[in-house]
Design a protein. Structure first.
Length: 182
């Protein structure tokens, strides 16, 4: 197997600088990384298990922007995905709890202080002013959990493979370039 050399603005390798692109051990394809790929790789590297990224306040309707409605096990015979017939009324709703309930989805949203919704896309009904997501979370009054027909939407990195809508979400990431040696 080989070793890898990582450059992050400084070099923690015995080398003083990264190898030149013409270096015989540098794979040419590694020098042609696409910026979007770098963003995705950086996001995957910097997102820790259980972390989430707040995206913003979005409008909801009865058709549901985030179609999977989640609830606690006391509802709907112990199932956590309750469909449209059951609402989470627990006094423990937080973004962390909703993130865990929505672990199979890329995004989740909190509404009216205690409702949790999940989906792999969001924003169908438009972004709203942050002031409209004004309901405190039932499980943590220091955090806002949506509002009346308003979702506080988060990107969920608990899901398998975080997905980001680049036009709606910006991630702060350290640029990292990896040189792979055979």
């Amino acid at each position: 197997f080989g070793s890898s050399y990582v450059a992050q603005g400084y070099f923690a390798s015995p080398c003083l600088a990264p190898p030149a692109p013409t270096h015989k051990k540098v794979r040419p394809e590694m020098m042609q990384m696409r910026p979007l790929l770098l963003l995705v790789l950086a996001a995957r590297l910097t997102a820790s298990e259980g972390s989430m990224f707040y995206i913003g306040c979005y409008k909801d309707t009865p058709s549901r922007d985030l179609p999977a409605i989640m609830c606690d096990s006391s509802c709907n015979n112990g199932k956590t995905n309750c469909g449209s017939n059951c609402w989470l009324g627990a006094s423990s709703m937080t973004p962390a709890l909703c993130s865990t309930l929505c672990h199979r989805y890329a995004f989740f949203g909190l509404q009216s202080g205690n409702q949790c919704f999940c989906g792999n896309d969001y924003g169908s009904y438009g972004k709203m002013p942050q002031a409209e997501c004004n309901k405190k979370c039932s499980g943590d009054s220091s955090v806002m959990c949506g509002g009346f027909w308003r979702n506080s939407v988060y990107a969920n990195s608990v899901s398998s493979g975080m997905v980001a809508k680049s036009n709606n979400m910006s991630l702060k990431a350290n640029a990292t370039m990896a040189y792979v040696f055979p």
